[in-house]
Design a binder for this molecule. Sequence first.
Ligand code: PLP
Length: 398
Amino acid sequence: MSFASRMHRVVASPTLRVAADADRLRRQGVDVVDLGAGEPDFATPDHVKAAAHAALDANFTKYTPSAGVMELREAVAHRYKVDYGVDFKPEEVIITAGAKQALYNAAMVLFGPGDEVITHGPFWPSIGDQIKLADATPVIVQTHMEDGFTIHADPIINAITPKTKGILINSPCNPTGALVSEAEMAKIADAAKAKGLWVIVDFTYEKLIYEPVPHNLIKVLFDRMREKTVICSAASKAYAMTGWRCGWAIAPKDVIAQCNVLQGHATSNINSITQKAGIAALTGPQDGVTAMLNEYRKRRDAVHGWLTSDPRIVCVKPGGAFYLFPYVAGLLSPNGLRSSGEFCEALLKDVAVAVTPGEGFDAPGYFRLSYATSIERLKEGADRIKTFVQALEASGRI
Ligand code: PLP
């Protein structure tokens, strides 16, 4: 069959593939420890669910403006005013089906053939593929495990060419958990402003930062180059609302207007009931966010300790998001498991632990483990991974 050429440039999301494999085993009755999923295991907070029930009861079930109801766009502005001290108007916000659509809109509206967009690797696969779907070219600047996958400004600035149209920063980063510091963000912003480039920040994990490090990236950008700044984020991870599909982009009003044209032809508004839930999430009590963060921190520390008690598993302790990104190249060999992809396949087959191979993040030799699951399941998963590694060594296949 012949499909449009753009479809040859992209691949199916590897995280969704792992979920499908794990699901198949589960349906066969296998007790799978699923550490593949990139979503909170917590329930959506009760006051958010109550707002959705009320919306349904009030028959709030019709089309809304494609960019979202004004009250929700205002709620986004309210949240960022409280959290970051920045001011913007509802016309500078569009409500999208998750951060994913916010990023997709931005790529389609801002980039095109011949454009280069610089981002940092290892990276969440949709970032690169969305840029390709916009007919532009992602330029990847690698970060390194040896310095905690820290996102530095200089290599990003050095990658700028006459074709560069934008820079996309994901902080906290999926899969590495690394953050960009405010100082490095400022350097990137100054360079971008000098060259007239867009800066897009994927802020999806903005509420999942474990140490009290300053991370007011929106203020850093607004102070320097507000006219070329796009912030993409969502209720998905912060409020345990992945399935609701509530995200947003914050950008100059002309950019938002273009995103609205695109979205108006593609999907129109997000679900009307979700919009009411989103208002409750953004304007209601925020203590649930902190409670979840504290629980994730406990899990991160525990599972990091369990895994790295085996010196063959090398792993940075991440500063944000909810993933570990262990390096297992030392466990691979031409006579045994030849790649981290094969490692993950064998891990699922032999001990029923689902994790995502690093190849999906342009990082062979690694795998991604999500600790957005209960501490008991994490302990079980870590024990099984260690048993698997011991068996691998005993078999002489390393
Ligand atoms: N950006 C990153 C880095 C992500 O990891 C994800 C989801 O996993 C998204 C964006 C998309 O989030 P949403 O579910 O809100 O579309």
